[in-house]
Design a protein around this ligand. Structure first.
Ligand code: HEC
Ligand code: HEC
Ligand SMILES: [Ca+2]
Ligand SMILES: [Ca+2]
Length: 488
């Protein structure tokens, strides 16, 4: 429908006089109020959500000349609105409503539809962008860093479907999809959905998404499992490891607890799985499932019974344990020459393995000092325990020099006194925050961040450290807003 011709013609001369400030100064009258008045009425539209509305929504070239949409409003406003800002503002809503059905600029799309879609109702060259993309005007504003959510690029039905499937493990209902299409606050509805799904069994239960993210870090072997459903050679119960891992990522807990916790976590099954913090071993019987490291020497997932029996085993200098920790929690695989930070004077070769040769030192100058803090934690042969004098027990097999192996080492170029220190330095590092976010990014987006996505990725892990105080759930509310996740 095109609008009827306005009954009155603009009297541009009077406006020009006013605009030039001859009789009334510009801010004494109307001006910013017209934009505010517009967005009071259309607060939830893309036109208003994507940033400040510009004067050319209603004006042509520059005020006071009106474009066809401004003319249409003018046609609906009482005559004295031109002189009195209060009359103007109080009549504006009715004028806006009265012109909603018109296609003032004749581009085939009604004024209201254009406002809702974020295009200009007074400019035939401006039409709604296809779903899931931005109009030029919107992307200019939406790319501003302080703008927050990128509302114009978001197809909320698509996003809701994805969040429900990824975090709840099922498709959204028809009613949910209808609700988001008509929601006044679709962002809020997406957040509510995510919040509910983060408590679902699919997400945080046994064998759920969080649980499975830990598989490469924990490396469970059913044949060696102790506790419930034990294998033929029960050595340790890795369900304690899974429980701590999941616990660190739910309910706004601090994800650094993976490497700093001096408590354990017990999983409690029921209609809804819960996780309880415990200061002693989660299981006391059978003894093959007992957690034996004293509280002050606990280092989250790096000192559990399973970690020590499986990765350290009988080794005097547990390089495999250190390499596994470095790979799992900091994202550096030394076997692939990642994260090399050689330390001067290393490797010393306390266990006489010829690691000083150039071909070996390239990795072992980093790996050996990384491993020393693990040397006081026993695995197999005597069982998991912390033993300051552990190295003395190896002199018969490795030679007397093994007793000189220090407990202190170097991690990421920083000296660390012992494994507790190792865990703390690691947990506070950028590499740790990056690794946490990368794990979720790869799981949810499907691939590691591309160079194009580097900026969004960096913002996520930096926010995880500071703004979200290491809450994974808070980080995930942002991750689902990234273009990489939310745009088909
Ligand atoms: C929602 C549409 C709309 C927006 C947005 C808008 N105006 Fe207006 N403006 C009008 C209309 C309609 C009139 C004519 C008033 C009438 O018909 O009673 C007008 C009149 C004016 C006038 C002439 C009256 C006067 O004070 O001399 C100026 C100048 C003006 N606008 C400046 C601006 C500026 C600057 C902006 C941006 C900050 C702006 N307008 C934004 C609709 C708008
Ligand atoms: C590309 C890096 C790299 C190079 C080069 C390298 N190593 Fe290693 N080495 C590792 C890593 C990583 C581990 C820990 C095992 C693991 O998790 O892969 C390791 C473990 C070891 C271990 C302990 C094995 C165990 O089971 O505890 C010895 C001994 C060793 N390396 C000796 C050498 C010698 C000798 C050379 C030179 C001939 C050498 N390495 C070259 C990365 C390297
Ligand atoms: Ca139109
Ligand atoms: Ca238009």
């Amino acid at each position: 429908m095109t609008q009827p011709r306005p009954t009155r013609r603009r009297r541009a001369t009077g406006w020009l006089a006013l605009a030039a400030g001859l009789t009334v100064s510009a801010d004494a009258w109307s001006i910013p109020q017209a934009t505010e008045g517009l967005c009071d009425v259309y607060a939830d539209t893309r036109l208003c959500l994507s940033g400040p509305v510009s004067c050319d929504t209603c004006h042509l070239g520059g005020p006071p000349a009106l474009n066809p949409y401004g003319e249409a409003l003018h046609g609906e406003l009482p005559t004295d609105a031109e002189k009195d800002p209060e009359v103007f503002l109080s009549a504006l809503e009715d004028a806006l409503r009265a012109t909603e059905g018109y296609d003032s600029d004749g581009d085939g799309i009604s004024n209201l539809e254009e406002i809702q879609a974020g295009s200009k109702p007074g400019d035939a060259a401006s039409v709604p962008a296809p779903p899931g993309t931005c109009s030029q005007e919107e992307s200019d504003v939406a790319s501003l860093p302080e703008h927050g959510y990128d509302t114009c690029r978001t197809d909320y039905a698509y996003l809701l479907r994805k969040v429900t499937i990824d975090f709840c493990g099922h498709s959204p209902s028809r009613a949910d999809l209808d609700a988001i299409r008509t929601a006044e606050d679709p962002d809020g509805l997406v957040d509510e959905t995510l919040k509910a799904c983060l408590d679902s069994e699919h997400w945080m239960g046994k064998d759920g998404v969080l649980w499975n993210l830990a598989n490469d870090k924990i490396r469970p072997i059913a044949a060696l499992k102790a506790g419930d459903d034990p294998g033929p050679i029960p050595l340790g119960d890795y369900e304690d490891d899974y429980a701590l891992y999941v616990y660190s990522m739910i309910d706004d807990h601090d994800v650094r607890e993976q490497l700093t916790a001096q408590f354990f976590v017990k999983r409690v099954d029921g209609t809804q799985t819960t996780y309880e913090l415990t200061n002693g071993s989660p299981t006391f019987f059978p003894l093959t499932a007992l957690q034996t490291i004293p509280r002050e020497q606990r280092v989250g997932l790096l000192s559990t019974r399973w970690f020590l029996v499986f990765f350290t085993m009988f080794t005097p200098i547990p390089r495999t344990s250190a390499a596994q920790a470095y790979r799992s929690y900091l994202g550096f695989d030394i076997a692939k020459m990642e994260g090399l930070q050689p330390v001067n004077g290393e490797p010393v070769d306390y266990d006489l393995k010829d690691v000083q040769a150039d071909a070996c030192a390239v990795c072992h100058a980093t790996l050996d000092p990384l491993s020393y803090p693990f040397t006081r934690y026993n695995g197999l042969g005597g069982g998991p325990k912390y033993d300051e004098d552990r190295m003395d027990g190896f002199t018969a097999t490795e030679g007397p020099q093994i007793a000189n192996t220090p407990e202190a080492g170097v991690l990421l170029g920083e000296p660390v006194a012992d494994l507790v220190d190792w865990g703390r330095v690691a947990a506070n590092s950028d590499a740790f925050a990056q690794n946490v976010v990368r794990d979720f990014w790869v799981h949810l987006v499907g691939d590691a961040p591309t160079p194009d996505e580097a900026e969004a990725f960096e913002r996520l892990w930096q926010d995880l450290q500071v703004r979200h105080t290491y809450s994974v759930e808070a980080m995930l509310h942002d991750l689902i807003r990234t273009e990489a996740y939310s745009v088909p």
